[in-house]
Design a protein around this ligand. Structure first.
Ligand code: ACO
Length: 428
């Protein structure tokens, strides 16, 4: 059968070039231009990769027009809050949800790997008080490469599995330690009797050696099941998101044969920016800055003013030009938790007023700017008594499975080449 093709004509000389069209299982087809430079002596130009598919993948699918997000073919709404985050991790890595037995086994494997080397713990001493936990977290994950130096045998599936389990298990421990170090309180070791998400809340809140509850300083607060469930769903909603900026960074670094944890550390760096995962922290800052419903219109006007750098944080997305399905799930979770967790009603009211004003404004409507995942996560994380500087580290914990799964896929893809784009040179 004849394959579909795409013909490009150079109108300067009338020469035509034919390229194969490749169809995925879903989503837009792609034009395979791998020989374009060889054929024409020209490059394609696509800053920000708005029209570029940089790899083939079987992990996550997004339809930004239809507000669809699927992990391995499973709708996000059927996963978040319905399966544990660790089961979702298993599914992302293995392609299917685990059986009860497999789920239990995987949970145990993660618990046993949640400790970090004592040498890594000493690294925290070097960071100053009030260091942002994202900076400490990124540095400590980079340092993990000094403890796991083995050269990965690409033929050995067990080595892949170990590399993945280890980083998923250690990320909450390192994130909690980064936070505790920043506020100058003793670091807490993981408690293997607790499930992944509960253990993270425990490591954030525990008061060393003490069993006293509710000291009023955020430490040793009891952990409610509803909090664990909410955070678990939040981790699932962040678990993977196809070729976003941080995942692309992980893939680019991985393509150079760098150590996998170095690639993950670069993903953390890319995620921190306020245009990406750092937006969740900025949303809270912005809601507090707005301060009152009566100020909402002023800030909407600022966001629309092209001479003002102010952007409405938590709005807009490169792929979703319609509702972000993760934001929809979080909005439902927020409504559910409103009573149970005593959500800050003033912040909620301001957030609702911002959303209403933006969604009825032509500027936002014509550009397809809807609330994204970061718009809702902050209010819920605040209700879970998570400090604002831990919002982006929480994104990191959830996304680690996505990064390491994409890293594995790249390593096992025979078409992988070092990421090396070219440029349109306009200098001297
Ligand atoms: N507030 C005001 N205007 C906006 C916003 C916003 N939040 N987002 C986009 N726009 C405008 C742009 O000014 C531009 O207008 P123009 O066509 O008149 O020039 C148009 O909408 C398109 O915006 P781009 O920046 O070209 O879109 P892009 O796809 O490159 O950027 C991004 C997407 C970075 C997410 C952007 O919408 C943004 O900065 N949002 C705020 C930060 C944020 O919430 N980031 C989290 C994203 S979700 C995540 O990473 C987990």
């Amino acid at each position: 059968m004849k394959k579909d093709t795409f013909t490009l004509t150079d109108n300067r000389n009338g020469k035509s070039y034919e390229y194969p069209i490749l169809d995925g299982t879903r989503g837009p087809s792609v034009v395979d231009i791998r020989t374009f430079y060889k054929d024409t002596g020209m490059f394609t130009y696509d800053p920000g990769y708005t029209s570029t598919a940089a790899c083939e993948s079987k992990i996550t699918f997004i339809d930004g027009e239809k507000s669809e997000l699927k992990y391995r073919g499973n709708d996000i709404a059927d996963l978040a809050g319905k399966h544990s985050y660790l089961d979702v991790c298993y599914m992302l890595m293995r392609g299917r949800l685990p059986s009860k037995e497999e789920s239990k086994g995987f949970d145990l494997e993660i618990r046993h790997r949640s400790f970090v080397h004592e040498g890594l713990i000493r690294l925290f001493d070097a960071f100053p008080d009030h260091a942002h936990p994202m900076a400490t977290l990124g540095s400590a994950v980079m340092a993990l490469a000094t403890f796991y130096k083995e050269h990965l045998n690409l033929e050995d599936e067990n080595q892949f599995k170990e590399m993945r389990r280890r980083i998923i298990a250690k990320m909450p421990t390192i994130a909690a330690m980064a936070y505790r170090n920043s506020i100058g309180v003793p670091l807490i070791y993981p408690d293997v009797d607790r499930y992944f998400t509960e253990n993270f809340l425990y490591m954030l809140r525990a008061y060393p050696g003490g069993k006293m509850k509710n000291l009023g300083n955020g430490l040793n607060e009891e952990i409610k099941q509803v909090e664990v469930d909410a955070l678990d769903a939040i981790f699932t909603l962040h678990a993977d998101h196809e070729q976003n900026a941080s995942t692309t960074t992980v893939r680019n670094v991985a393509s150079t044969e760098a150590h996998p944890y170095v690639a993950i550390a670069s993903g953390i760096a890319a995620l921190w920016g306020s245009a990406h995962g750092g937006a969740n922290e900025k949303v809270m800052d912005q809601l507090r800055l707005i301060g009152d419903i009566k100020n909402v219109d002023t800030y909407i006007a600022k966001a629309k003013d092209k001479n003002d750098p102010f952007r409405l944080m938590g709005f807009g997305h490169r792929v979703y030009k319609n509702r972000d399905p993760r934001a929809e799930s979080l909005k439902k979770l927020q409504d559910k938790l409103r009573e149970e967790l005593n959500l800050d009603s003033k912040l909620l009211d301001i957030a609702a007023a911002v959303e209403k004003a933006a969604l009825s404004d032509d500027y936002f409507k014509s550009r397809g700017l809807y609330p994204n995942i970061d718009f809702y996560s902050g209010v819920i994380l605040t209700a879970l008594r998570i400090p604002v500087e831990m919002f982006t580290p929480i994104f990191v914990i959830g996304r680690t499975v996505g990064w390491i799964t994409q890293w594995s896929e790249l390593k096992q893809d025979p078409t992988t080449k070092i990421a090396r784009p070219r440029q349109l040179y306009t200098g001297k």
